[in-house]
Design a protein around this ligand. Sequence first.
Ligand SMILES: [Zn+2]
Length: 166
Amino acid sequence: MTNTAKTKAVFLDRDGVLNREMGDYVCRIEDFHILTYNIPALKQLQDKGYTLIVATNQGGLAKGWYTEEQLAEMHQLLRDTFKAGGVEITDIFYCPHHPNFTGDCDCRKPKPGLLLRAIEKYNIDPSLSYFIGDRERDVEAGTAAGVKGILIDSDQPISEVLGLIV
Ligand SMILES: [Zn+2]
């Protein structure tokens, strides 16, 4: 017997959605300010059965502004902070490329590569899924992957768009 049941997901951009938008890449953990006011809204989405997955451009890696280790430290802090509030971040997909430094890639948003990888890995049904981001390129990446994009302002509470998610 095969299990064909698919997962539904809410994809989340990182900067400006889960941590404070700082105007450019966050290079230091001291500048990584997690928006803990979003914990109740994320908990609600999780309770509705959505898997929570982060998809973020991290071109600062290609530029050498920070290392994979520093990034991993920030992401561990993100996961631990949300976990303490009862919210499980299932995975964090990031694009380490930048066209000026590493050439083109298929994962830097607005390309859908990060979402497509997550969809494949977690058997996600894109038609049941959403992407919350604060840039038009997030919505474009979502659309290209068959996921409904929800555009918010940077650092806007996710609770304000919960009504858009069935
Ligand atoms: Zn990439």
